[in-house]
Unconditional design. Structure first.
Length: 213
């Protein structure tokens, strides 16, 4: 019972943060609030290992992609199209790894080897720099390298999440920290607040995924 109270309370805190932040946004920024609230629900359910994360995830991706397009964050637009496609496969993978833990059906996680972690980290950093260089040279992206370093690691993290590897939470934490800076510089405080909360959710997810059997 304590665990459920904390789970619902954590989601409630995220939604409250979004609502309060919205008060400081310009008139007409309601879509940022909607996207932020959908994002809160999606990541919290992912931390809990609940397959319902995908329902909120699909809706959040659509709203967030539009916001990124308006801001000309092309890397973010591209990755969200990728999210949408991979989440379809994610539903299939998670359904096959659901287990009854006594608190309802939850996904059963697994872990990467240290060698795999080192290789993934090196390739992710190199890929991020190359994408940033390409965006800086070939587009009018307003924040090319920051855009790239929130895009490439997220591509990798999404794959690891779909394949149910615990280590994806570390990558999401790095992405979320950089995304806070990205949206603060764009002046969208709802999106920045969403990513601040998502940083906290990464620690929540790490705890939940490590303590599962």
């Amino acid at each position: 019972m304590k665990g459920k109270v904390f789970d619902y309370g954590f989601i409630g805190i995220g939604l409250l943060i979004q609502s309060v932040t919205y008060l400081f946004m310009p008139e007409g920024a309601w879509l940022s609030l909607v996207s932020g609230c959908l994002g809160v629900c999606s990541v919290c359910l992912a931390a809990q290992g609940k397959i319902w994360t995908y329902l909120f995830g699909f809706a959040q991706v659509l709203t967030y992609t539009y916001l990124c397009w308006v801001q000309r964050f092309y890397g973010e637009v591209a990755i969200n199209a990728y999210y949408f496609g991979t989440m379809i496969y994610g539903v299939y993978v998670w359904r096959n790894r659901l287990r009854d833990t006594g608190e309802g059906l939850q996904v059963e996680p697994r872990s990467l080897s240290l060698r795999a972690i080192g290789l993934i980290t090196a390739l992710t950093l190199a890929g991020s720099w190359l994408v940033g260089w390409g965006l800086a040279c070939g587009t009018d992206d307003t924040q090319p390298y920051l855009d790239a370093f929130t895009t490439v690691p997220a591509l990798v993290a999404q794959v690891l999440m779909i394949l149910v590897y615990r280590e994806h939470w570390f990558l999401w934490l790095a992405v979320d920290i950089l995304s806070v800076a990205l949206w603060l510089r764009a002046g969208d405080y709802c999106m920045a607040a969403q990513y601040v909360f998502w940083c906290a959710n990464c620690f929540y997810g790490l705890h939940r995924w490590r303590t599962k059997r």
